[in-house]
Design a protein around this ligand. Structure first.
Ligand SMILES: NC(=O)c1ccc[n+]([C@@H]2O[C@H](COP(=O)([O-])OP(=O)(O)OC[C@H]3O[C@@H](n4cnc5c(N)ncnc54)[C@H](O)[C@@H]3O)[C@@H](O)[C@H]2O)c1
Ligand SMILES: [Zn+2]
Length: 342
């Protein structure tokens, strides 16, 4: 097992890579605890849960709401949760985001920890202390910055994950290499097929390196005042694609990364060969690099995005593979690049 520490302003977090669900109880402080999980994860793994009350949430992004949080508050009251109760989220990004938010707000904040059960949550969602829910049509707009005490990343739990859920994780892994570490990007190029087959050694390295990259960025900028924005590479355009087409997050981010790479090339930052490398790697892990979409609607959604400042949009571009920069892009510039990509 390998441990990576994140030092938050209020609390710190240990990411335990290669730890097992079976060891969860050793990390939970003595006393009361409550588990928050979703229907699927409960079905697969309830037999291995330690003996605490379980609060179950429904499946999918449509459950990531204040209503769900309210129902969690109600159930916390029912089981007699108080200031000393420890909250454990066992699940993917949705469970972790909701459990972290409910724990951070119930009685002004309970301590909490996660068992992260999807590739996406192991390499991304459960690292970094952002918790929250969607509100109206805005994603993750209500939330807190608060670090879980621990995050257990048990690689064996990924074996039950549907294949299409893995793609989301690979999109974030490629993003991490692209923005911060050329050698890691190259590793992924070399071992893509072993990664797709969930080879233990390759997955352990991917989770470790992705967590290290994200943790290092979060340690320098927990509150997303500067450098942390680089983690949004592929996401500015990707979120708009996700909203309009309803495509999975990983697919949308994949398209977003292609668009951001094309913009980077247009600005003279990234060479054509590097754009091709990115596209080839995305294809290797079965992520789309082209998508049918109503371009005007996507642009509209983008204009409404919360990151928009005036007529310019903050975009994360690449200087080269392994190095990201934050640049302001005009809608017109983006439209040009989209025309070229057609
Ligand atoms: N907080 C952050 O920094 C951050 C970062 C990235 C994404 N997110 C959020 O993460 C969410 C997406 O997370 P996700 O992709 O993990 O989705 P998810 O939590 O919905 O999990 C995907 C599906 O896999 C199932 N599942 C989970 N673990 C399983 C397992 N081990 N075996 C079998 N099935 C399993 C779930 O029940 C669900 O149906 C989004 O809401 C996104 O906003 C948050
Ligand atoms: Zn993402």
């Amino acid at each position: 097992m390998k441990t990576i520490d994140i030092k938050g302003i209020q609390t710190s977090s240990s990411i335990l890579i290669g730890e097992k669900l079976d060891s969860l109880q050793t990390y939970v402080p003595p006393g009361k605890a409550v588990i928050i999980t979703d229907t699927n994860v409960r079905e697969y793994y309830a037999a291995q849960f330690p003996p605490y009350p379980v609060i179950e949430i429904g499946l999918g992004e449509s459950n990531k709401t204040l209503d769900t949080v309210e129902s969690i508050y109600r159930q916390l009251l029912e089981v007699g949760a108080d200031r000393s109760t420890f909250v454990i989220g066992i699940g993917g990004g949705i469970v972790c985001d909701i459990a972290g938010f409910a724990a951070s707000t119930y009685m002004r904040g309970l301590d909490f920890g996660f068992v992260s059960t999807t590739l996406l949550s192991q390499v991304d969602a459960s690292v970094g202390g952002k918790n929250g829910v969607n509100y109206q049509s805005y994603k993750n707009i209500i939330g807190t910055f608060n670090q879980p005490r621990f995050v257990i990343c048990d690689p064996t739990m990924l074996k039950t994950l549907p294949t299409n859920e893995l793609a989301c994780g690979f999109a974030e892994i490629i993003k991490h290499g692209a923005i911060a570490d050329e050698a890691y990007f190259a590793y992924m190029e070399r071992y893509a097929s072993r990664a797709l087959a969930l080879d233990d050694e390759v997955i352990a390295r991917l989770v470790h390196d992705s967590v290290s990259i994200k943790a290092a960025i979060v340690n320098r900028d927990e509150r997303e005042k500067g450098e942390r924005r680089k983690l949004n590479f592929g996401h500015t355009f990707g979120h708009a694609v996700e909203k309009i087409t309803g495509k999975p997050h990983g697919d949308a981010v994949s398209i977003g990364m292609v668009v951001a790479a094309a913009l980077s090339k247009e600005r003279g930052l990234l060479d054509g060969q590097s754009v091709d490398r990115l596209i080839a790697l995305l294809k290797k892990v079965n992520l789309p690099v082209h998508i049918q979409m109503d371009r005007d609607k996507v642009l509209d959604a983008l204009k409404k995005d919360k990151k928009r400042e005036g007529n310019q949009i903050n975009f994360i571009l690449l200087d080269k593979i392994g190095e990201a920069v934050v640049e302001e892009i005009s809608i017109a510039e983006l439209e040009n690049v989209l025309n070229d990509l057609r």
